[in-house]
Design a protein. Structure first.
Lengths: 310, 309
């Protein structure tokens, strides 16, 4: 039963892919060889709706299905020129991987002034199967690597006392979105002039539209004045008993007090009480990698291979 | 592959049954012929942990598994002597139904007034189960649950709120005392306040894996919670269940419960819910639910058997 390419069409497909990712994740023993469902939601509600990294899912997602309607593979962008491939382990063949990647070359790409194009494809450091496929397709470039961290919530968590002057609690109601948004800006844009901040916190409402979002797993450290100094937003999937820490940040004036660590452990404790068994986080820079290495036990490298073509 | 019975064993069973209930809900075309997953959560965290209605899951839950360890059916208590049969439609046979009923009689019946007693629920259209219950000497009780449902395919219009009240999500822990008091006043208005036992039980409600505060709707006036409707969205089946709903007596007849439910439905729809359910058994709530959700409903009927010890 050779899977057939079909276009993403309609709201139901979003949910159909969600279910597929949950099944694949469990079949892969709770490892992210394909995406955790939280990342799929984050792509839609944050990366597309807020950051506009690409067009809507209908335009940028492709699905391979068996004749009886079972999803075998999905490809979607992470960046305009970077494709993430999700493949059901029962259907994983070199032919299907090559077909999906070749399709991505035609649909996601950056065209440079001289007319050549480039596509990036992530591949786990020990995924020799995909590396062979990529090699045969001519992927000889190496891009920036990321670090995938995960932690099993079976062991007791270390104590991480809250620094004096801060309160750790769940995110409040919509009236707290402005301070939450400002904290995010200060955490992730410390070198930019304040004037660049657009004072628009509506993006946070979109983030909260992720079906997995719950405020009690959106933990913040607050100053006595009510200012959010740090945050840790985690999305928990009770169907797979796993979670992803999507955003951890500390506003620059509150750095070096261990707030991020305090918040992440508080999220871990809350996750554990909800039945979560494993939590993931991805680091795209060395600072984040160091941070997650200090809070999570397991780590592997996600390489990014690329190919230039006409 | 005949399924065989075993007792609930451990935490892993809890999570496997949750997945089973989701599979069954989808296999039944999003009808409540078996429990939604929120009801198992509620049994564990509220009926058992808070109210001590029955023993721990190890004592009141039985599974039927195929040799390849696929769950075919789950028998659960929801109160002492009151039991619910959850069966995957692919395994629903006369033989399995009868086996589960016999198991319920042997394992989960209670002694009341010198007699052995057992209650079981059956959908009103489930003639297979009803024939067995009849043959085994069960009689229908008057208690009937109406399972109202509404497909969330069209926008849910907002309901106007009377002046002086705000509809919003429940606040943080500091508001649990008010929420708990509203629950007491809403459900126990004829009891003396001395019987009120505090608010800490609500922390257990919030431990349910499906709980989310943004779907725990309250109608507030000043610092008082006047009404509430808690919604449970299951993102796997894309269904949402409304339970519980109540209004404090002195704030009734202002449309507050309707406003809470409607705002919850609007939020659940934004999260991707395609069908909503609410269960009512009394005329007042049923009238509210019929008008707030839809006239579509299934009826779940309680059956009782008593026999000499």
């Amino acid at each position: 039963m050779k899977p057939i390419l079909r276009k993403y069409h309609g709201e139901d497909v979003f949910w159909y892919v969600r279910r597929f990712l949950q099944e694949v994740f469990l079949l892969n023993n709770r490892l992210e060889h394909s995406w955790h469902v939280a990342r799929w939601e984050y792509l839609r509600w944050h990366m597309i709706e807020n950051c506009h990294i690409c067009g809507p899912l209908e335009e940028v997602t492709s699905i391979w299905e068996t004749p009886d309607g079972q999803i075998a593979a999905v490809v979607n962008p992470i960046e305009p020129d970077e494709a993430f491939i999700h493949i059901h382990p029962q259907f994983r063949t070199a032919d299907l991987e090559a077909e999906v990647i070749t399709h991505a070359e035609q649909t996601f790409h950056t065209t440079y002034p001289d007319g050549h194009r480039r596509l990036y494809v992530p591949v786990d450091e020990d995924d020799l199967f995909r590396k062979n496929v990529l090699t045969q397709l001519g992927y000889d470039g190496r891009g920036h690597s990321g670090w995938e961290h995960y932690h099993d919530l079976t062991l007791p968590l270390p104590e991480a006392p809250t620094p004096s002057g801060y309160t750790v609690r769940s995110m409040g109601d919509v009236d707290e979105h402005p301070t939450r948004s400002w904290a995010s800006w200060q955490a992730f844009h410390p070198a930019e002039p304040v004037e660049n901040y657009d004072n628009d916190w509506s993006w946070y409402t979109n983030l909260q539209r992720c079906p997995l979002y719950r405020r009690d797993l959106d933990v913040v450290a607050v100053t006595p004045e009510g200012e959010i100094a740090a945050f840790c937003t985690t999305l928990y999937d009770d169907a797979t008993r796993s979670a992803v820490t999507k955003l951890v940040g500390t506003a620059a004036p509150h750095w070096r007090r261990g707030l991020g660590r305090v918040l992440q452990f508080e999220c871990f404790r809350r996750l554990h009480r909800l039945g979560c068994r494993r939590v993931f986080a991805k680091a795209n820079d060395e600072t984040a990698d160091l941070f997650y290495s200090s809070t999570m036990a397991q780590r592997y490298i996600s390489e990014t291979w690329f190919k230039d073509y006409k | 592959m005949k399924p065989s019975m075993r007792k609930f064993q451990d935490e892993n069973d809890y999570w496997r049954i949750r997945q089973f209930l989701r599979d069954v809900m989808i296999a039944n075309g999003l009808r409540m012929f078996s429990w939604g997953v929120e009801r198992l959560d509620y049994l564990r965290w509220h009926a058992i942990e808070n109210r001590h209605d029955c023993g721990p899951l190890q004592d009141v839950v039985y599974l039927w598994e195929t040799p390849d360890q696929r769950i075919a059916a789950v028998l659960t208590a929801e109160d002492a002597g009151v039991n619910y049969m959850n069966i995957h439609p692919a395994f629903k046979t006369n033989e399995l139904e009868e086996e589960m009923i016999v198991a319920a009689e042997e394992q989960l019946s209670v002694v009341r007034n010198g007699k052995q007693k057992l209650h079981l629920w059956s959908d009103s259209q489930d003639t297979l189960r009803q024939d067995i219950l009849n043959a085994r000497g069960y009689v229908k009780e008057e208690w009937i649950d109406s399972q109202w449902r509404r497909d969330l395919t069209e926008p849910v219009p907002a309901v106007p709120v009377v002046d002086g009240y705000t509809i919003r999500a429940l606040g943080d822990e500091s508001e649990l005392t008010a929420r708990s008091w509203a629950s007491w006043r809403g459900f126990h208005s004829d009891e003396p306040d001395e019987k009120y036992e505090g608010w800490e039980w609500y922390l257990n409600i919030q431990r349910c894996p499906l709980y989310r505060r943004d779907l725990d709707m309250v109608a507030v006036t000043g610092n008082v919670i006047a009404a509430f409707a808690t919604l449970w969205f299951d993102d796997v089946t894309r269904t949402v269940v409304v339970e519980p709903v109540a209004t404090v007596p002195e704030h009734q007849r202002k449309g507050l419960a309707r406003a809470c439910i409607t705002e919850g439905l609007r939020r659940a729809q934004k999260l991707g819910a395609v069908r909503a359910f609410v269960t009512g058994s009394n005329p007042g709530p049923n009238a509210l639910y019929a008008s707030t959700l839809a006239p579509e409903r299934d009826l779940s009927v309680e059956w009782r058997k008593e026999w000499e010890i």
